[in-house]
Design a protein around this ligand. Structure first.
Ligand code: N7H
Length: 491
C-alpha cells in the first residue's frame, strides 16, 4: 500500500523526532496551546434560560449537541503545522486546506448551572477567587471604571450575565456562517439565549497582522514546555523562535507543573485552562491626535508622533523592537523577539512605560506572570468607517487569574509605582496604552531616552473595556461528564 505524506518534508530530520507529549493532546481544547489562527472569528456569549426550572437539563442537552464539534490541540496544531510548512516550502498559503474550529468555555455560574453537584463546584473552586467573582466584580480593582465600568458592558455585567462562551474560527465568512447556523439551531433547541455576539476579523491589507492603532501584534508569546520543542543550542528557548522562553505548561493548562508550586486542583480541572475575554474598544483618531500633541511637547523640538507611539508600545508599527537584539540572526525564523532589557535598566531605549516592557519585563522578572494571548481585532479600519466601533477582542489563557492576567493588568500596567526588580529606578508612570492608575495617583508616564529626548505623556487612555468575562475551558473528558450529568472526579 502506498501512503501519501501529509506534511511537506522540508526538514526530514526534525519531522522524524517524536512529537512533544502535549502536542498530541486530544483532551486540551484548541486555542489554549494551539492557536485558532483564523481570519474570521465569532464570539458567542450565551445564557442558559431554563436552568432554574429544569435543573440544568437544557444546558446539558446543548453541551451534548455541540460536543463533537469542539476542536482539540492535536488537530489544530496539525493543521497549523502543515499550513506554515507549506508556506515556508512554497511561499504561499496552501490551497484547499481549510478548517472551522469551535471552543467552549463556562463561567463560574455556567459551570454551577451545568454540573450535577453545584456545591462541589463551589467547594472545589474555593481558592479561585477571581474566577468565582467574575470579571464584573473585579472591574473596580482593575480600574475598569467610568466608560469602562460594567454598567456599560455589552456582556458579562450583572445586567448581561453569561454562562457559556463559544469561540468559532474559520477561513472564510461563508464557512463561519455555516457553522454559526448549526450552533444557533442547537441553542434554540435547548433554551440557550444569545446575550451578545462579537465578530473578530483580521484587518485588511496593508494592516493584516496589525491591530487598529497600526502596530503589528501577535509577535511575542511564551513557549510551552512539553508542547514546543526546545532549541538545541539554547534549551531554555523554543526551537526556531529566538527569544521565546519555554515556560512550564502548568501556567496555561491545569494538571501540569507550574513555575512556582501551587495548591493541587481537582481532577476535573486537569487539561483545562482559565480564559479571559475582554472587548477592548479603541479610539483610533483620539489616540493618533493625542500622540501627535504629546510628541510636539517633547524636548528637544522635532520629536515625531511615530517615535512617541513606538515608545509607548516598545515596538515600531512594523513590529521592530526598540530594544537591540541579543543574538545575531543564526537560523530560520524571525528574530524580532530576540531581546531583553538587560542593557537598558533605565529605559533609555525601551521606556519602562512601554506596553511590551510593562506587560513582560523579560529578564527583570520570573516566568510566573506570563499569559497566552489569542486576540483578534473587531470592527472596520478607522479610515473606512469613522463612526463604527473598533478594537481588540483580547483573549488570553492562564491558570491563575490573580498571578497572571490580573497581575499584568493591575500590578504592572496600572501601577505608577511599578517595581520590576532590584537595581532599577522604574517607577516612571503607567502603561499609557492599557493602564489606568488608581484615582488620585499619577496617570502619566515619563520618557527619557538615551539621546536626550524627554517628555511626560499625560494623555488619557484610548482603550475602553466594553465587555469582559472569566471562564473555564474544560478538557473534553470533563465536558463529556458535565453533558451526561455524571459526578466530576475530585482530587
Ligand atoms: Fe498588548 N498594541 O497593539 O499596541 N500588545 N495590547 N495587551 N501585550 C503587544 O509582542 C495591544 C493588552 C501584552 O512579550 C504588542 O506580540 C493593544 C492587554 C503582552 O514582549 C502590541 C491592546 C494585556 C504582550 C500590543 C492590548 C496585554 C503584548 C506587541 C488593547 C494584558 C507581549 C506585539 C487594545 C493585560 C509582550 C507582540 C512581550 C504585546 C497592543 C491589550 C499584554 C502591538 C492595542 C489587556 C503580555
Amino acid at each position: 500500500m502506498t501512503t501519501t505524506p501529509v506534511r511537506p518534508k522540508i526538514a526530514p530530520e526534525i519531522e522524524q523526532l517524536p512529537l512533544p507529549p502535549l502536542r498530541t493532546s486530544t483532551e486540551i481544547q484548541g486555542n489554549i496551546l494551539a492557536a485558532f489562527n483564523k481570519d474570521f472569528m465569532a464570539f458567542r456569549y450565551l445564557r442558559f434560560l431554563a436552568r432554574e426550572q429544569d435543573g440544568g437539563k437544557g444546558a446539558r442537552g446543548w453541551l451534548s449537541a455541540i460536543l463533537n464539534t469542539i476542536a482539540v490541540t492535536a488537530e489544530v496544531e496539525d493543521f497549523n503545522e502543515v499550513f506554515s510548512l507549506s508556506r515556508r516550502a512554497y511561499g504561499h498559503d496552501p490551497e484547499n486546506l481549510t478548517a472551522t474550529w469551535v471552543g467552549v468555555s463556562l463561567t463560574y455560574e455556567g459551570l454551577r448551572a451545568v454540573a450535577k453537584d453545584p456545591d462541589q463546584i463551589e467547594a472545589d473552586l474555593a481558592g479561585f477567587e477571581a474566577f468565582r467573582d467574575g470579571a464584573a466584580r473585579r472591574a473596580s480593582a482593575l480600574n475598569d471604571v467610568d466608560e469602562s465600568a460594567p454598567d456599560n458592558w455589552l456582556f458579562g455585567s450583572d445586567r448581561t450575565p453569561v454562562h457559556a462562551v463559544l469561540l468559532v474560527a474559520a477561513d472564510t465568512e461563508q464557512a463561519l456562517n455555516r457553522k454559526l447556523e448549526n450552533l444557533e439551531a442547537a441553542e434554540q433547541a435547548h433554551d440557550v439565549a444569545l446575550v451578545h455576539q462579537d465578530d473578530g476579523r483580521t484587518l485588511p491589507h496593508p494592516l493584516t497582522g496589525h491591530e487598529h492603532f497600526g502596530y503589528r501584534d501577535g509577535i511575542s508569546q511564551p513557549g510551552v514546555e512539553g508542547f514546543h520543542r526546545a532549541d538545541r543550542d539554547n534549551p531554555a528557548f523554543r526551537e526556531n523562535r529566538a527569544g521565546s522562553v519555554l515556560v512550564k505548561a502548568g501556567e496555561f493548562v491545569f494538571g501540569q507543573e507550574t513555575e512556582e508550586p501551587r495548591p493541587p486542583v481537582p481532577k476535573w480541572m486537569n487539561d483545562g485552562s482559565l480564559q479571559v475575554v475582554r472587548r477592548l474598544r479603541q479610539d483610533v483618531p483620539g489616540w493618533n491626535k493625542a500622540v501627535a500633541e504629546q510628541a510636539a511637547a517633547f524636548e528637544p523640538a522635532g520629536f515625531s508622533a511615530d517615535r512617541l507611539g513606538a515608545c509607548l508600545v516598545g515596538r515600531k508599527k512594523d513590529g521592530t523592537p526598540l530594544a537591540d537584539g541579543t543574538h545575531p540572526v543564526t537560523g530560520v525564523g524571525s528574530s524580532n523577539n530576540d531581546f531583553d532589557y538587560r542593557d537598558d535598566p533605565e529605559g533609555a531605549k525601551t521606556p519602562w512605560a512601554a506596553h511590551i516592557r510593562r506587560t513582560h519585563p523579560r529578564h527583570f522578572t520570573d516566568q510566573g506572570h506570563r499569559i497566552m494571548r489569542r486576540g483578534i481585532p473587531f470592527g472596520p479600519v478607522a479610515e473606512r468607517s469613522g463612526d463604527a466601533e473598533r478594537g481588540l477582542m483580547f483573549v488570553c489563557y492562564n491558570t491563575s487569574l490573580e498571578q497572571q492576567f490580573e497581575f499584568v493588568q493591575k500590578i504592572w500596567s496600572n501601577n505608577p509605582g511599578f517595581e520590576p526588580g532590584e537595581g532599577t529606578d522604574a517607577a516612571n508612570g503607567i502603561d499609557k496604552l492599557i493602564g489606568r492608575a488608581d484615582e488620585g495617583a499619577r496617570q502619566d508616564a515619563d520618557i527619557r531616552l538615551g539621546d536626550g529626548s524627554r517628555g511626560t505623556v499625560g494623555m488619557k487612555r484610548f482603550v475602553d473595556t466594553t465587555g469582559a468575562l472569566y471562564a473555564f475551558t474544560p478538557s473534553v473528558t470533563t465536558l463529556r461528564l458535565l453533558a451526561s450529568n455524571k459526578t466530576l472526579p475530585a482530587r
